[in-house]
Ligand binder design. Structure first.
Ligand code: SAM
Length: 246
C-alpha cells in the first residue's frame, strides 16, 4: 500500500511540482536566520519544543509554535479546558506542540489519512509509529493513552456528537471540499471560547483552503468570526484563527 502511494505521489509530484515541494518544506530555506539569533537567550519553549521539533518533518514553524502556545496557555488561564483536535498531524511536528500544551485530564484526538490515497502529493508518508515516535521526541514523559489516533480520511472520521474540543488545528486535505468539511466538523465540536486554527489560508498553491474557508465564513459568519489572520516567516500561506462570534 505504502509503495503504491509513494508511486502515485511521485507521479503527482511530477505533474504538480509546487505541491510536491511541500514534502521538503520542513528545514528553513538556506539563508534563513537562525532562531533565536545566536546572541539571544533561548526561552523554555524553544529549549523544550522548537529545538526538538526541528528534527520532525513538517510545516509547522516557529511563529505557529509561539501563536499556538500563547492561545492554549491563555485559554487555560481563563479556565477554558477541554480536549484538542488535529486533522493532519503528518509526522507530528504540530502535534508535538499540542501535546506539550495539554493540561491535566485533557486528551488529544488526531486524524490522518496516513497511507490511504489522498488528493495532495507528499513525497513521504507518515506511519502511526513515526507520529508517536516524534511526539515522544518532544514529550518524553507523555502518556500515550491520552492520544487517540484515527487513521482515515477526515470525511470518514466519526466523533461522538457530545465530544467537545477547546482547540482544533485543521491541516489535512487542502482541496476546497475537504477544507470546508474539516472546518465544519471542528466548528460542530467546538467548546465556547474554543479556537479553530486553519493552515495555508491564502496560500497561492492551495486555493482550495481559501475557497473552503471563505465558504464556511460566508455561511456561518454570524456564528464564527476571525480572531486573527497571520502571516508567518518563510510561509506562503497564512494561519487563520476562528472563534465563536459574540
Ligand atoms: C500539510 S500536512 C500536515 C502538516 C502538519 N500539521 C505539520 O504542521 O507539520 C497534511 C496531512 O494531512 C493528511 N491528509 C491529507 N488529506 C487528508 C484527508 N482527506 N483526510 C485526512 N488526512 C488527510 C496528509 O496525509 C498529511 O499528513
Amino acid at each position: 500500500m505504502n509503495m503504491i502511494r509513494r508511486m502515485r505521489a511521485a507521479a503527482k509530484a511530477f505533474l504538480n511540482p509546487q505541491a510536491a515541494r511541500r514534502a521538503g518544506a520542513s528545514p528553513p530555506p538556506a539563508g534563513s536566520p537562525p532562531f533565536p539569533r545566536a546572541d539571544a537567550e533561548p526561552c523554555a519553549l524553544v529549549n523544550a519544543v522548537v529545538s526538538r521539533f526541528d528534527r520532525i518533518p513538517g510545516f509547522f514553524n516557529v511563529d505557529d509554535c509561539m501563536h499556538f502556545y500563547l492561545i492554549l496557555e491563555m485559554q487555560a488561564l481563563l479556565g477554558v479546558t477541554g480536549d484538542l483536535l488535529e486533522i493532519g498531524p503528518y509526522f507530528g511536528r504540530s502535534t508535538s506542540l499540542l501535546v506539550f500544551c495539554l493540561k491535566r485530564d485533557e486528551k488529544i484526538l488526531v486524524c490522518d489519512a496516513f497511507d490511504a490515497e489522498i488528493e495532495d502529493a507528499y513525497a513521504s508518508t507518515p506511519t502511526i509509529d513515526d507520529l508517536k515516535r516524534n511526539i515522544g521526541l518532544v514529550n518524553p514523559d507523555f502518556d500515550f493513552d491520552r492520544l487517540e489516533i484515527h487513521s482515515c480520511l477526515s470525511k470518514d472520521l466519526r466523533i461522538p456528537a457530545d465530544r467537545r474540543f477547546r482547540f482544533a488545528h485543521v491541516d489535512g486535505g487542502h482541496d476546497a471540499e475537504t477544507a470546508y468539511h474539516d472546518i465544519s466538523l471542528a466548528a460542530s465540536r467546538l467548546l465556547p471560547r474554543g479556537i479553530i486554527a486553519i493552515d495555508d489560508y491564502k496560500h497561492p498553491d492551495w486555493p482550495g483552503v481559501t475557497e473552503g474557508t471563505d465558504r464556511f465564513l460566508q455561511e456561518r459568519g454570524s456564528e464564527f468570526r476571525v480572531l486573527a489572520d497571520m502571516n508567518r516567516h518563510v510561509a506562503k500561506g497564512r494561519k487563520l484563527y476562528l472563534t465563536r462570534a459574540g
